[in-house]
Design a protein around this ligand. Structure first.
Ligand SMILES: [Zn+2]
Length: 289
């Protein structure tokens, strides 16, 4: 497992130290860009903490069960649909799980995309943190720590992940056999966020963004494709990437307007259920006119 993590060597050394020091905090907050391996490191931390030798040896019963996702003292809370919240029921269930005696002397729960906790869920979780169950370690993972209540953040040991270096990304691409446009995209985003995207989605996104920038009206006939959320996410990322690059060179008024509209569209896309193809059309017209 240790060798599966690329980069973040200082964080790994730090975590190894605290696990072995027997002064493990009740809660840690892993923050940093999406797609750089925070969740993988959180799983490795669980392995170290629950491993017989505190080493994440990979061969003891505990390490193997975590690898298979069947360890009873290891739990992951997450929402498959990023537009939904982690509910208060999810947190209640987590809390109940902490009450059941641990078979390996400790428990680790990862809350992935922790910023998706509803207000009620966050309040319930805060109460758990105020009286933490002994031996349980919570690892909150999020790209957006500022969306979490400060009261929760201040009760966690904050571990900030740096973006992957170009060399790290190239190594991951090498290991996973990623090439072509996908490799280019990983390097552009400084993360592996788009690793699971299909090639046809990626080439379509490039086509849309090129048409968008050329102000090609044929793009309007493609708006229906943007109902595909993965495609829309990629298109937004690429437009944002190219726009930021241009804004570094010139702070022209039109670019600033596009920046404003794009920020609004991103917010709508991630945080509401409005039809974003019409917002995209509006953004496009802003570029053309
Ligand atoms: Zn082990």
């Amino acid at each position: 497992m240790r060798e599966e993590v690329v980069g973040h060597s200082r964080i790994l050394e730090f975590l190894e130290r605290i696990v072995k020091s027997e002064r493990m905090p009740h809660a840690l907050l892993f923050s940093g860009k999406r797609g750089i391996g925070k969740f993988k490191v959180a799983t490795l931390l669980a392995m170290m903490y629950l491993c017989k030798t505190r080493d994440a040896c990979g061969s003891c019963k505990s390490c193997k069960s975590i690898g298979k996702g069947v360890h009873e003292d290891f739990k992951v809370v997450f929402v498959p649909d990023k537009k939904k919240n982690i509910s208060i029921e999810d947190i209640r269930e987590l809390k109940e799980w902490t009450y059941v005696g641990a078979s390996s002397g400790g428990k680790v729960a990862i809350i992935d995309d922790a910023h998706l906790m509803s207000i009620e869920a966050a309040n319930a979780f805060l109460k758990t943190l105020e009286e933490p169950p002994i031996g349980t370690v919570f690892v909150l993972v999020t790209p957006s720590p500022y969306k979490l209540p400060q009261t929760i953040v201040s009760r966690c040991l904050n571990v900030r992940f740096q973006p992957l270096t170009k060399e790290d990304i190239e190594r991951i691409c090498e290991i996973k056999g990623v090439s072509g446009l996908k490799r280019k995209l990983c390097l552009m985003s400084g993360s592996m966020t788009f690793l699971d995207y299909e090639d046809k989605t990626i080439s379509k996104a490039f086509e849309i963004v090129d048409r968008f920038e050329r102000g090609d009206y044929n793009l309007l006939a493609m708006l229906d494709d943007l109902k595909d959320e993965a495609l829309m996410e990629l298109v937004l990322f690429m437009i944002r990437y190219r726009l930021n690059k241009r804004l570094k060179e010139e702070r022209d008024k039109k670019l600033m307007d596009v920046h404003k509209e794009l920020t609004y569209l991103e917010k709508m896309f991630y945080w509401s259920n409005v039809s974003y193809s019409s917002l995209f059309e509006y953004l496009f017209l802003k570029v053309v006119l």
